[in-house]
Design a protein around this ligand. Structure first.
Ligand SMILES: *Cc1c(COP(=O)(O)O)cnc(C)c1O
Length: 409
């Protein structure tokens, strides 16, 4: 038998696509919450309040808006559970995460025979996968063209594809769904809490999923926000869903949503953690008091600073998300992306390579929305480049960053 020593995890600078730097107030709620069971009145009240704050954050009147215990893919599993074997689906992946979502879709839409033929990577004949290359956006024209031809029951897209830092055409996707009588499902894992948008402005989309660790910034054991329109819930009512824990209707009961209505109490679904509820509640309070539009503007402002600084270091930025910069290293460092990232990570500077080809470097600014934090990120990235042999004038680049902020102020 081995009893290992206490697990110590150091504080690092989480400067990747996610998770983001958790606000100390969220951690404080986690640590200071008393033990209480999942039906205790304040735990339940916290869930009911979180549900209402989540509707404000999503910009929706959808009654079926709540959190799924777990990570982003837990929320996605819940919304993609709308899809039953044999359902026709068109999915529009353009990178790592929408690629994994497309695998989930093929697993859910596959017939029993198709699943047995290739259990880990089924080929479902009712699913059409329309790939857009890494770094390129999914356009409304493409979605409209394919939906008009295929007339599927469901269509799927990621809003912000974090794999390459690319924003996809949400309005075009929603419009194409409405026009062609298709029900849209969207992975909004990376955009919720960063971008300023109301999901009710996109009526072609009937189900949305996000995550705790990116824009919502509630990493400790938390909730993946989901939202379903009544139309989506009607489908589940009529056809069922082969999952208890990720059942869109049953899961909602613990958040005080029963028979399509808000009720003042909860019905047991699973043993929700009082610590997680309190942390998630605090994270929502923080975003809403900052203001969704202000937050989005802050991201755009600081992303621009980081973008200009890495360009001054000779890198080429290819992304358009405001929480993340995806870049190619200058010519003399090309091919050394993974080594550079590994070197940085070994020093507690948590940047990332892309997870699918081509290999690029990803630097994120989740909850790093101050001049000082951006300067720290740029300084450490410049050091990582210098370590790999780059000739860069770090002082000049940091000077440029200072004048960006001075000008803006
Ligand atoms: C991060 C991410 C996911 C996965 O979220 P997890 O919390 O790792 O489960 C899915 N989709 C997108 C677009 C993401 O950025």
């Amino acid at each position: 038998m081995t009893i290992y020593p206490t697990l110590e995890i150091p504080e690092t600078l989480a400067a990747g696509p996610g998770p983001g730097n958790t606000d100390p107030r969220v951690l404080e709620r986690f640590a200071k919450t008393g033990v209480a069971d999942h039906m205790q009145k304040d735990v339940v009240r916290g869930m009911l309040e979180a549900k209402e704050m989540l509707r404000d954050l999503w910009g929706t009147k959808n009654v079926y808006t709540y959190g799924v215990a777990g990570t982003g893919f837990s929320g996605l599993d819940c919304v993609l559970s709308l899809i039953l074997p044999g359902d026709t689906v068109v999915a529009f992946p353009n990178g790592t995460f929408s690629g994994i979502d497309s695998l989930t879709i093929r697993m859910k839409a596959a017939t029993a025979e198709e699943l047995a033929a290739n259990p880990l990577n089924p080929n479902a004949s009712s699913v059409t996968i329309v790939e857009t290359p890494h770094g390129k956006p999914v356009t409304g024209e493409l979605v409209d063209k394919v939906l008009a031809e295929k007339k599927p029951k469901w269509a799927f897209m990621a809003h912000w594809e974090t794999g390459s830092g690319r924003i996809n055409d949400l309005k075009g996707f929603s419009d194409a769904c409405v026009k062609n009588g298709v029900m849209g499902i969207v992975d909004a894992v990376s955009s919720l809490g960063v971008a300023d948008f109301n999901i009710d402005d996109y009526p072609g989309v009937v189900a949305w999923a996000s995550c705790p660790q990116k824009g919502v910034l509630a990493l400790p054991l938390t909730y993946a926000p989901v939202s379903f329109t009544d139309k989506a819930i009607e489908q589940v009512k009529a056809r069922g869903c082969p999952s208890y824990v990720h059942h869109p209707i049953l899961n909602a009961r613990h958040w005080g949503i029963i028979d399509g209505k808000d009720v003042p109490n909860a019905a047991y679904h699973q043993t929700h953690s009082c610590y997680a509820v309190a942390s998630f509640h605090e994270a929502l309070r923080i975003i809403l008091s900052h203001g969704r539009a202000n937050k989005a503007a802050d991201y755009a402002y600081h992303e621009k600073a980081l973008r200009q600084a890495v360009e001054a270091l000779g890198c080429e930025v290819t992304s358009d998300m405001t929480s993340l910069v995806v870049l190619n290293l200058p010519g003399d460092l090309a091919g050394k992306e993974k080594d550079l990232v590994a070197g940085a990570r070994a020093k507690g500077f948590g940047i990332w390579p892309t997870l699918s080809e081509p290999v690029q470097v990803r630097i994120g600014i989740l909850n790093q929305l101050s001049q000082q934090q951006i300067e720290e990120i740029v300084s450490r990235f410049a050091d990582a480049m210098i370590e790999m042999g780059a000739k860069v004038d770090k002082a000049a680049v940091l000077g440029g960053l200072k004048s960006y902020y001075a000008k803006a102020a």
